[in-house]
Design a protein around this ligand. Sequence first.
Ligand code: ADP
Length: 322
Amino acid sequence: MSTYAILTSGGDSPGMNCAIRAFTRTLIYSGHNVFGVKKGYQGLISGDFIQLSASSVGNILQRGGTFLQSSRSEEFKEKKFREIAYEKLKEHKIDGLAVVGGDGSFKGAYALWEDFNFPVVGIPGTIDNDISGTDYTIGHDTAVQTAVDAVDKIRDTAFSHDRVFLIEVMGRRSSSIAIKTALCSGAENVVLPNKDIDYEDLVQSIKRGEQRGKKGSIFIVAEGATEGRSYNIQKVLSSKYGISSRVCILGHIQRGGSPSPHDRLIATEMGFLAAETFLKFDEPKVIRLKNGKISTALLSQCLTNDDGIDIEHIEVIKKISI
Ligand code: ADP
């Protein structure tokens, strides 16, 4: 009989609970013990472990967020604190740790392997869908659905009042939520993160619409480096082009909510495979979705951010928003 642990780290995402549940039950089914670590790496350092049972992970499948809670831990980036975390893992006789999170969390997991040869497996959980090596990260579908629902509602008022709306969605470094939300909500244009803003193009989108009697325009803006970027765009549209617009920042509502069936399915399959991966562990892996199949990849190949920016989708938005 072995003992494994699971934690959730970085930004929470809908579906993390499904991964915890599947991981825990798969290992208990095979006769092993499972601990949950509260509040990510911070809980690992402070020794905040709770034993999980089949019933303690019951009734969490449909809940957003993570019942183990999450955190960002600057301390864990220092080896002396990782040593403390390693001691806590040994105290609880843990044989392997599953980490649900983004590329930052994976770097933390990989550091445990490099420092102490401690077995780790990563499960991609972030609404941004921006980890290299996997086509999908848990929570992305639900976040896009939330954003699209919100844009649909805003469109009603945009068109009732002939207004231009700048709707800001999450995505510091990632374009995925912005591009998919723009496509699915019929937005007139999309502003991507970390790119120079093409104001002439935005103004052309508005003018094209006006020429064929379109009432109102919706622009989806990825937040980029700082939330509130849309207010700067609003100022330039007004001062340079005399165009008045309204800003709506969707913010954290995109992180919450009950996971979509797609997220529940992928998270459950990923949690299951993470458990199975520990049972024949050789080196750190990430559970990924690749070419429509859940499989494993080396953790060392999934430590970077990958925007996965889809140029073809941008082309589609441009052509069909005429
Ligand atoms: P995400 O996992 O969503 O990308 P962060 O980048 O904030 O979120 O990372 C989550 C946590 O992972 C950090 O707060 C830190 O504890 C840990 N982490 C990130 N980078 C490293 C690193 N280079 N070494 C060790 N731990 C790290």
